[in-house]
Design a protein around this ligand. Structure first.
Ligand code: GLN
Length: 250
């Protein structure tokens, strides 16, 4: 059988990379390679000439307010291309600062208003007293038909509200804001979350789900269960440490 290939654009890799977000890319590549799937990861920086419509996956990690302000003009210039990519079925993974920028706006801790791409209705404002949501987090989530507990680490001041399709409900931690007990955003194509940690190493099912989505885009007959199972013993142990710490029994 022909080797399958996934093409990934790791957007602003040099400035949007907090708390090990780059581990997501390493894990994605590794889990593909173990299955003889080629995972071609290309990076994009401010001003780079890239065609965002040519990828199966766009990935944007988290960043501090300073980096978000720095890249926003460049990101806004790419809005039409990102919209076109999404129309073509490209899957999108956004972490924390990246998540915030796909919404209406983000009001940073110093009051600066950063206009978002406005793809979705949610918006983010720094918390009133500049308190931050910091710590381990676990949520109960349903990714299409895949029910799973996702664990991670969050550190954000931004409070995201008006999320019509949350990624999951919070079992422990904060999530989108300090009141709702909901976390992230997922609409079948865009998976956005406050969870660093990083996300894929501690949640191999989520990594596999993203691989499946990329392959399914190319070949609609490809199903999640078509992915060869891998030995996730170490990953399971890492998850268990967090779940035990959060006193969550599964
Ligand atoms: N600067 C944003 C906030 O504090 C995002 C931080 C992050 O990506 N961890 O809300």
């Amino acid at each position: 059988m022909e080797t399958r290939v996934i093409r990934v654009c790791w957007m602003y890799h040099n400035i949007m990379d907090l708390y090990g977000d780059k581990g997501n890319m390493m894990v994605l590549k590794n889990r593909c390679e173990q299955r003889n799937i080629q995972c071609q990861i290309e990076t994009m920086e401010i001003g780079d000439d890239v065609d965002l419509t040519s990828y199966d996956l766009l990935f944007l990690g988290g960043g501090a307010d300073k980096e978000q302000i720095l890249l926003m003009d460049d990101l806004l210039k790419r809005k039409q291309e990102i919209a076109k990519a999404m129309e073509q079925g490209t899957f999108v993974v956004l972490i924390c600062g990246g998540y915030q920028l796909f919404g209406q706006y983000y009001i940073a801790a110093d009051g600066t208003k950063i206009n978002g791409l406005k793809f979705f209705d949610y918006y983010t404002e720094a918390s009133k007293n500049l308190q931050r949501c910091i710590g381990d987090i676990a949520i109960s989530s349903k990714l299409d038909d895949l029910e799973t507990i996702i664990v991670g680490f969050e550190n954000h001041g931004g409070q995201t509200r008006n999320v019509d399709q949350p990624l999951g409900s919070v079992l422990s931690g904060f999530g989108n804001n300090m009141e709702d007990h909901m976390e992230g955003f997922y609409n079948g194509q865009v998976l956005a979350t406050y969870m660093h940690g990083p996300l894929f190493p501690k949640n191999p099912k989520v990594a596999d789900f993203v691989i499946y989505k990329c392959l399914h885009k190319q070949d609609p007959t490809f199903q999640f269960h078509d992915l060869v199972p891998l030995n996730d013993e170490l990953e399971r142990k890492a998850r268990d440490v967090i779940l035990r710490r959060l006193k969550i029994s599964v």
